[in-house]
Design a protein around this ligand. Sequence first.
Ligand code: EPS
Length: 404
Amino acid sequence: MLRYLLAGESHGPALVGILDGFPAGLIIKNNFVDTELALRQLGYGRGPRMQSIEKDQVEFLSGFLNGRTLGSPIAFKIPNLDFELRKRTGQKAQRWQVPRPGHADLAGVIRHDYDDCAPVAERASARSTAATVAAGACAKALLKEFGIVVLSHTRSVGQVAAEPLETSVARLRRIRKNRPLRCLDAKAEKLMVQAIDQAIDEGVTLGGEFEVLAFGAPVGLGTYCQSDLRLDAMLSHDVMAIPAVKAVSLGEGLEVAAEDGQNAHDEIFPGSSDFPGSSGFPGGRPSGRSSLGGKPTSGSGFVRTTNRAGGLEGGITNGEPVVVRGFVKPISSQRNRLRSVNLKTGKEGLAAWVRSDTCVVPAAGIVAEAVVAWRLAEQLTTFLGGADLKTMKARFKELRQLEK
Ligand code: EPS
């Protein structure tokens, strides 16, 4: 069973994590994890700390021998460079008495009986998501061995929405680096950048929508037998737990609510194609599939021409790409301050403004990739069993033979 525990404060020395249940024999390169960490830091609209202080890098402390996993718990840390900087300069962390509406400030102070809001932000801060991304990168390294790839893109920022363009692995890889917001629609992306510039000028923040796609997930992960084991429910939980995410949809969950039953589902046709789950476009190409559960219903397999269900029917993967969308609120720290109450005086005051980002939508997409990858790796590991990669792969191959 794959599980993790993460810890670390935003202004403490480091973020740390323990990842338990990885099979022996897997190569996880520091470089690969660091690239994922860098992607989370990027994105137009990130704040001064992300742009000029942190340079997140993972340090593995246990779980490896000669570059391969041992099957023992993996421990890692990511140093907070902000901590080092403060140590050198003697600069103290900010404290504040007027909670920011939308942040955990007020609820956290009451829950933990703190004297001011700063201690809440230590762990409620999205800084913690750097560790989530490191954990997710390890999961991605495992998924790669089974041909499963998880990628994301930005669908909207504020009022600017991208055109729904085809989401293939190649296209999503192309926009991964050197693009300000990781958006497939370059024209809309320019407008998004302008919207962020305007938000910076006005001292406000912007939310938006990201989409995560997992390509190549086999049929049969998850179950409808118990509500807590439905994969759609687990993925919704995982993405909803990312700071600033306020809504989640699977595939076109929001859109199909307004359709009739003729236009809400993905019809099934006989046929096959070579790459499992190759179609990422909701209105897109047919795809073949691999199966964890046994023979497909027709000898030659089956294809679909749409993926409105986001690769999940009855809480089980159906061989189409798994598609999860997350809706991010504008983050709560803003220069143009909202009204609130001073905790010391009980009088009206303006919410604290602390160093922060203006838009975190693409970063949240990278964090969502990490949690989706983790969940799929956990499901795959549970399904295949085995304490080493070779055994897992042999079982995976055997299950695929069942299709033929
Ligand atoms: C955050 C406040 C800022 C952000 C931070 C999230 O940090 P600081 O309080 O040090 O200025 O930069 O995000 C990160 C550090 C990160 O790694 O994403 C907050 O209050 O949530």
